[in-house]
Design a protein around this ligand. Structure first.
Ligand code: SAM
Ligand code: SF4
Ligand code: SF4
Length: 344
């Protein structure tokens, strides 16, 4: 496989760098209760000023540096990445990059789907390979309450339809919060069963400091599988590649697959090959990091690409993160960066 002949920089735990998640904005039109609670991300919240955001050229340079070190997956995220003007142009720049063995990177995007009905065709035309749409409930009232801006679920479903019509493979991410949307798990699974769209149910995580996380609100993946499997029997599927974050299950009757991402109940730090770059150019080696490494200053100092690559390699080589493996209900959460900033 391509990954075996890619160049490799290893961290202190022997993990290679293979995925780069790129946050293109810290802004979002939604205020999902588990991510950007309204009380914190209100009118007065200080989002990054425009000049602090990496330009598309700067993002491309970071991606190129990562790819020289073995990155072959790039994911655009945020905040809401479709709010970044001209995102299609960035996608075009990224799909034109090549890994050390001459392969194009796998370029994906995670979105809340609110603008997808309008943008799907342009994204596909720009060369985007696939899209992940976050959709927490099919029940309109529940969905409106979770995004907390009263956004109707039908418009996200329109977006998913438009993406599929544009030829983009679609996955759906569903964050499950006990007492909020867990009543809807089976309905979400059933809606996409047999359609070719894989739903991944994500355990509510303790990212950041503002989302009021507690262990009682987490619905473990085992429970999700039990609930869906009781209605539509499921069988485990072996991982598609080492380090896959989602555990895969298929419907026994052949109607497709679902996945579960068990960051809380079954952490996968041992296989974590992922770095994140915030919209203002800080590199984070863990979703739960308290600080990032500033690459923007280097990018703007006139340093050559080789220097960016060396900086990235050095940061990765010193990485030892395994937060989820160490987490307990009592783990202090002070100072941790927010997911909307670091990029989920
Ligand atoms: N705005 C885009 C979206 O919602 O798809 C992209 C950014 S969002 C931060 C990326 C993913 O992180 C989404 O699928 C979201 O549901 C997930 N997420 C956000 N906060 C989370 C939390 N506390 N626990 C688990 N997943 C979370
Ligand atoms: Fe916005 Fe995505 Fe966070 Fe929801 S999960 S508030 S859509 S960034
Ligand atoms: Fe990777 Fe950090 Fe998540 Fe562990 S907790 S899987 S090291 S991002």
């Amino acid at each position: 496989m391509a990954a075996q002949i890619l160049p490799t920089v290893r961290d202190e735990r022997g993990r290679a760098l293979r995925d780069l998640r790129i946050s293109v904005t810290d802004r979002c039109n939604f205020r999902c209760v588990y991510c950007m609670p309204k009380e914190i991300f209100g009118r007065d919240f200080a989002f990054l000023p425009r000049e602090q955001l990496l330009t598309f050229e700067e993002i491309e340079r970071v991606a190129r540096a990562g790819m020289a070190l073995g990155v072959h997956k790039l994911r655009l995220t945020g905040g809401e990445p479709l709010l970044r003007r001209g995102i299609e142009q960035l996608i075009g720049m990224l799909v034109a990059l090549r890994t050390a063995d001459g392969e194009p990177p796998d370029v994906a995007l995670t979105t809340n789907g609110s603008a997808l009905a309008v943008k799907a065709q342009a994204l596909a035309d720009a060369g985007l390979h696939r899209v992940t749409v976050s959709l927490d409930s099919l029940d309109d009232a529940t969905f409106r309450a979770m995004n907390d801006i009263d956004f109707p679920v039908a418009r996200v479903l329109d977006g998913i339809r438009a993406a599929r019509e544009a030829g983009l493979p679609v996955k759906v991410n569903t964050v499950v919060k006990r007492g909020v949307n867990d009543h809807d798990i089976v309905a979400v699974a059933e809606h996409f069963r047999g359609t070719g769209v894989t739903v991944r149910f994500i355990e509510f995580m303790d990212v950041g400091t503002t989302n009021g996380w507690n262990l009682q609100a987490v619905v473990g993946s085992a429970e999700v599988i039990d609930r869906i499997g009781a209605v539509h029997p499921l069988e485990p599927v072996p991982p598609a590649y080492p380090g896959e974050t989602a555990t895969r299950w298929r419907y026994a009757d052949g109607a497709g697959e679902i996945g579960v991402i068990s960051s809380v109940t079954a952490p996968f730090c041992g296989a974590c090959t992922r770095a994140r770059i915030s919209a203002d150019g800080k590199l984070f080696t863990c979703l739960f990091a308290t600080a990032g490494h500033d690459l923007r200053a280097l990018l703007r100092s006139g340093a050559p690409d080789a220097a960016v690559q060396d900086a990235l390699a050095g940061i990765w080589a010193r990485r030892s993160d395994r937060y989820s493996e160490l987490r307990t209900a009592g783990t202090p959460r002070a100072q941790r960066v927010e997911m909307s900033y670091i990029g989920g």
